[in-house]
Design a protein around this ligand. Structure first.
Ligand SMILES: Nc1ncnc2c1ncn2[C@@H]1O[C@H](COP(=O)(O)OP(=O)(O)OP(=O)(O)O)[C@@H](O)[C@H]1O
Length: 319
């Protein structure tokens, strides 16, 4: 029996073809991985490879077409309070105020708490994401970044054992993003949560993750590799770029996204069955990639999304 905190085995997702005669779409298949308790894992891959679909399944909001997923030995077959989710699209209740949106989650989590305890705890997390002044506003009266912060506060406040984050910082400006990344690391460290996070930002993934899963392009995507990030903690953005391993890791990830993610399809005659992604430590590979050891050029390669290859050291609060 597996001792992993979360175990996904041979997951696949298929959708019916767009027309009656069109073949079904296999978004991904043969996706198997484990998350260890307390681990911070990021998953990166090009748009459409199925990252959100995997996350929705872990959240219990969708199901795989094949395969299984288990958390602490129990099958995941619906949403649960032990799993907290931050979506790209905030998913707030529009008729509730900012505070009520957070209180809603906190009250559900700790049913025996007094109203005062629920409010105080909710306020603590709203303060943490810098929203103390707007707690009485409804989501429609907030900016996109503010709504995302409410959603982050709600997820953090409920202290789930597994925190599922789908590009949670996408709508935030660089400074706020740095501050909230710091808070996420603090909460993760204090509460010993396990985090599974989708990001398109390579630098963010290196800053936060213990391991980064690299997904090949869809259709028929899979997790090709699990890259170990051996940079010492605590990490801060200003310092890690000076670490001798930083650019080796970064170049390896960018090389995957730009050059290799489309070529790593399952071969026709490759044996099927359970396949965990191999663990890769780019620093220990001989000439891991034929790439420079300085920041990649700011100009993205033709045909690739700018956000994937752009080098943007962001400001971050030192703490
Ligand atoms: N209900 C559906 N019917 C048909 N295809 C779908 C459906 N939902 C998702 N897909 C397809 O599944 C694929 C994976 O979608 P998903 O949102 O998981 O990708 P992603 O890797 O998270 O992308 P992004 O990085 O853009 O968010 C896409 O090609 C999408 O078009």
């Amino acid at each position: 029996m597996s001792h992993a905190f979360v175990e996904v085995q041979q997951a696949a997702k298929r959708f019916p073809g767009a027309t009656k005669t069109a073949p079904p779409l296999t978004v991904f298949e043969n996706v198997s991985f484990q998350l260890q308790k307390g681990e911070f894992v990021c998953i990166i891959g090009h748009s459409g490879c199925g990252k959100s679909t995997i996350m929705n399944a872990l959240a219990g909001l969708d199901q795989f077409s094949d395969g299984s997923m288990v958390m602490e030995g129990k099958e995941i077959n619906g949403p649960g309070l032990e799993r907290g989710v931050v979506f790209q699209n905030y998913s707030l209740l529009p008729w509730l105020t900012t505070l009520e949106n957070v209180r809603f989650g906190v009250r559900a989590r700790w049913k025996n708490w007094s109203e005062r305890e629920v409010t105080e705890h909710s306020m603590k997390y709203l303060e943490l994401v810098g929203l103390k002044e707007v707690v009485d506003r409804k989501p429609s009266q907030l900016s996109g970044g503010m709504r995302q912060r409410v959603s982050i506060a709600r997820a953090f406040a409920t202290k789930p054992k597994l925190l599922l984050l789908d590009e949670p910082f996408g709508a935030l400006d660089a400074l706020t993003r740095g501050v909230i990344q710091d808070e996420l690391v603090k909460i993760w460290t204090q509460d010993q949560q396990t985090v599974f996070m989708i990001t398109h930002d390579v630098d963010e993934a290196i800053l936060l993750a213990d391991r980064i899963f690299l997904m090949t392009n869809g259709p028929e995507a899979r997790i090709a590799e699990a890259v170990e990030i051996d940079l010492p903690r605590p990490r801060n953005r200003a310092e890690i770029i000076k670490h001798p391993h930083f650019y080796t890791i970064r170049n390896y990830l960018v090389d995957f996204l730009v050059n290799r993610s489309g070529d790593l399809r399952v071969q026709e005659n490759e044996p099927q069955g359970m396949r965990y992604p191999p663990s890769i430590n780019p620093v220990n590979l001989d000439a891991a990639v034929d790439a420079p050891t300085h920041p990649p050029e700011a100009t993205p390669a033709a045909g690739h999304e700018e956000k994937l290859v752009k080098f943007t050291p962001k400001e971050i609060r030192h703490g």
